[in-house]
Design a protein around this ligand. Structure first.
Ligand code: PRT
Ligand code: ZN
Length: 224
């Protein structure tokens, strides 16, 4: 049976957690967060908050297991590319781009390597956690490369002899610098987004969303 409470997925712990929580709070949600719980009940509205790994959020929303989710566009779009290639549902409704979680997905090479454009990396090994977005970039340029999939520690791959270049998220650039790498190409710019499951929700849930959205809008405008 479909739950009557609106279900929203957020990252349990990581770079989007605090801002997501602050967003809910500023919308008037009173959340009883007990550290280890998967589900947190909102006390003053029919809403449950699911706290999961960020990578799980796109699938949960696309499958309609949750009604809303807050996720980085980088993770969302990567999941869409991979899921579509596997014939899985990959649609979401994007309700709002949010004003946090900003970063870019960039190509970086060792400091001493000459780079004159994407063709410099043709046929090379590139380490990344974002094979879909990376492949799309090289496909658009008509270039080949070898994808080295790494779930973490991408920035050490060149030094470890695992790859010639990396494609990883960057915000300040300090991590690249600390690893002797230079950013040579931005392939995707990302922020956090609020997304909704593709199928229509029941009237009560949709009304609740329609009530929450202007609050988010208003809060972001006040912060600009
Ligand atoms: O455990 P879980 O799977 O939920 O978390 P996670 O470790 O996969 O993700 P997390 O919390 O690191 O990031 C969540 C989201 O925050 C990302 O998907 C992005 O949308 C966004 N975001 C914003 C970032 C960064 N900025 C960022 N700088 N995500 C990661 N980084 C990492 C980057 O991978 C690199 O290791 O920070 C390092 C670079 O930072 P600078 O400042 O040194 O350039
Ligand atoms: Zn993750």
């Amino acid at each position: 049976m479909e739950t009557q409470r609106l279900r929203i997925a957020m990252q349990k712990s990581g770079r989007l957690s605090q801002d997501s929580q602050a967003l809910f709070k500023s919308c008037g949600l009173k959340i009883n967060l007990r550290e280890q719980r998967l589900i947190a009940h909102v006390e003053n509205m029919p809403i449950d908050i699911l706290r999961v790994r960020d990578d799980d959020i796109p699938g949960l929303v696309m499958e309609g297991v949750v009604d809303l989710g807050i996720i980085g566009e980088n993770v969302l779009e990567e999941a869409q590319l991979i899921r579509a290639s596997q014939g899985l549902p990959a649609e979401v409704k994007t309700l709002k781009q949010l004003d946090f979680g900003g970063c870019r997905l960039s190509l970086a090479v060792p400091d001493d390597v000459a780079y004159t454009g994407p063709q410099s990396l043709a046929g090379k090994r590139i380490a990344t956690s974002y094979p879909g977005l990376l492949k799309r970039f090289f496909d658009e340029k008509g270039l080949n490369f070898k994808s080295v999939m790494l779930g973490g520690s991408v920035e050490v791959a060149p030094r470890a002899g695992l790859a010639d270049a990396i494609c990883d998220l960057v915000s300040t650039g300090a991590t690249l610098e600390a690893n002797g790498l230079k950013e040579v190409e931005v392939i995707y710019r990302s922020k956090a987004v609020l997304v909704q499951a593709p199928n229509p929700l029941n009237e009560a849930k949709q009304k609740l969303i329609d009530k929450l959205l202007p609050r988010i809008q208003g809060m972001q405008q006040a912060r600009e």
